[in-house]
Design a protein around this ligand. Structure first.
Ligand code: C2O
Ligand code: CU
Ligand code: CU
Length: 513
């Protein structure tokens, strides 16, 4: 098996130099400049009188000094605006595809909207075409996202930049007492890993290790900037974290190990703030945290190495890629002596930094004990049980071997096949099983309640509602669908490692009256 380190080495000549040289030497004219200010994407608030328009465009983005990177985005060259929607209102959207020769879709990940406006693989937007879904919003306030979901091309398109944050607000819910001044004490953080080639292009090839285990880059972007620095109030600040990476799970923490509070998961507020010092954020997951920047000065947000990367401490057997825990070598943040050297101890890596700024103030001085308006768990008894087994090598009837492809219950995604039929409003218990490796399992159409992982009950207080669950063994979730999804516009369930999804680890279900 070709280890990732070897793979990187073969991909980029001169990666030995990367282990010792500062970035601008190893890259020649191309350098990594860390610490640029954190950009906040523009806010788009569609309403009946002003539809939200998103135009997918191609362009070049200057992540690096001295070389542009070919990228794509919505209304901008990389990523898109933060789309903010209001519960109880209807949001007309218009998505136009101005990429040449490349179809896209625009999926509203986490929204409980009917199948024909979900933006999944069936709502293809051809080049030059546009798609105008009307989104009727009726779900708790939450941080979600949107991204292209073209079957077989999602991984490449999301790497290129076709993604953005989406927020639902609920003006009729009681005020939970959290920071809420956009750009001041309430910040969106879209976290992604990428690799760069010497010419500045993204290093990405959906083959080999990347195809089997999902892409992991060796440089960090937050809101489309390499390891930026954010100015924050010297007080309580809300961070809306979105892991928009293809495959990497982050274990986030601050360099001084300060504790913080998680106040929301992907489906909305938690019942009460949960104190943490480390937060696991699997692909496609969101979490909102409140951090006190009032003491200690400038501080880095860091991540541990991905605990689920093959050979990275997963216990997948000896020599599982020969990676060890000491970083990945290659270029970028994980090489020795890179970036702000002091932050790269070989134990994880820096994501970004926060700089308290006395001219900014936080809207709150203490966290509430309970979060008013938090969603309730689904307490209904399930009327049905279904099992979903996620297989990297085909699974099913003893197929085994490498030829089987990625499947769920032995079936690879087929656009023409509806795998399951649900009835609207019925609660079901889904058991998700991962065999060879962990998978972040996602369901379209709304949020679910995680009941257990590996047989251990998961308290609602710590998990809330969500639409992604990392399955490392087994997980049980309670699923209840309210929006309809007819056979010509079914919902998807899939692994959110985008290379697995594209390779067939996805299925379709309808929701019928
Ligand atoms: Cu993030 Cu099927 O979606
Ligand atoms: Cu989704
Ligand atoms: Cu997977």
């Amino acid at each position: 098996m070709l280890s990732r380190r070897r793979f990187l080495a073969t991909m980029s000549a001169g990666s030995c130099a990367a282990l010792v040289g500062p970035p601008n030497i190893l890259r020649g004219a191309v350098g990594v400049e860390v610490g640029r200010p954190l950009p906040i994407p523009p806010l788009m608030e569609p309403s009946a009188s002003a539809p939200g328009t998103l135009e997918a465009i191609a362009g070049r983005t200057n992540f690096l000094d001295g070389a542009g990177t070919r990228t794509a985005g919505f209304d901008q060259t990389f990523l898109g605006p933060v789309v903010r929607l209001t519960r109880g209102a209807s949001a007309p959207m218009r998505v136009r595809n101005r990429l040449s020769g490349e179809a896209i879709t625009c999926h509203w990940h986490g929204l409980a909207v009917p199948g024909h406006v979900d933006g999944g693989p069936h709502q293809v937007i051809a080049p030059d075409a546009s798609w105008s879904p009307e989104l009727d919003i009726d779900q708790p306030a939450a941080t979600m996202w949107y991204h292209s979901h073209l079957h077989g091309r999602t991984a490449e398109q999301v790497v290129s930049g076709l993604a953005g944050m989406l927020i639902v607000e609920d003006p009729d819910a009681p005020d939970p007492g959290l920071p809420k001044t956009w750009e001041v004490d309430d910040l969106p953080l879209i976290i992604q890993d990428r690799s760069f080639q010497d010419d500045g292009a993204f290093g990405y090839a959906k083959m080999g290790h990347t195809l089997m285990h999902g892409f992991r880059g060796d440089e960090m972007l937050v809101n489309g900037v390499i390891r930026p620095t954010a100015d924050v109030p010297a007080g309580l600040t809300r961070l809306r974290l979105l892991n928009a990476s293809n495959a990497r799970t982050y274990v986030l923490h601050f360099e001084d190990e300060r504790s913080f509070h998680q106040v929301a998961s992907g489906g909305g507020l938690l019942p009460a703030p949960v104190p943490l010092s480390r937060l696991e954020l699997p692909p496609a997951s969101r979490a909102e945290i409140v951090v006190d920047f009032g003491k200690g000065g400038e501080v880095a947000l860091r991540s541990e190495e991905d605990p689920y990367e093959m050979g990275m401490g997963m216990g997948m057997g000896e020599g599982g890629g020969g990676m060890g825990r000491g970083g990945m070598g290659g270029r970028g943040r994980m090489g020795q002596g890179m970036g702000r050297g002091r932050s790269n101890s070989g134990d994880g890596f820096e994501v970004m930094r926060f700089r308290p700024d006395a001219s900014r103030t936080s809207g709150i001085s203490s966290l509430p004990g309970r979060l008013a308006g938090a969603p309730e768990p689904n307490r209904e008894s399930p009327v049905r049980r279904r099992t979903f087994e996620l297989n990297v090598h085909g699974g099913g009837m003893g197929m085994g071997g490498m030829g089987g492809g990625m499947t769920i219950n032995g079936d690879a995604m087929d656009m023409e096949v509806v795998n399951h039929t649900l009835r609207r409003g019925e609660t079901e218990l889904w058991e998700i099983v991962s065999t060879e490796m962990p998978h972040p399992f996602h369901v379209h159409g709304g949020s679910f309640t995680v009941v257990s992982r590996n047989g251990e009950p998961v308290p609602f207080e710590s998990r809330g509602l969500d639409d992604v669950v990392l399955v490392n063994g087994t997980a049980e979730i309670l699923v209840r669908m309210d929006p309809l999804a007819p056979p010509d516009a079914p919902f998807m369930y899939h692994c959110h490692i985008l290379e697995h999804e594209d390779s067939g680890m996805m299925g379709q279900f309808t929701v019928e009256e």
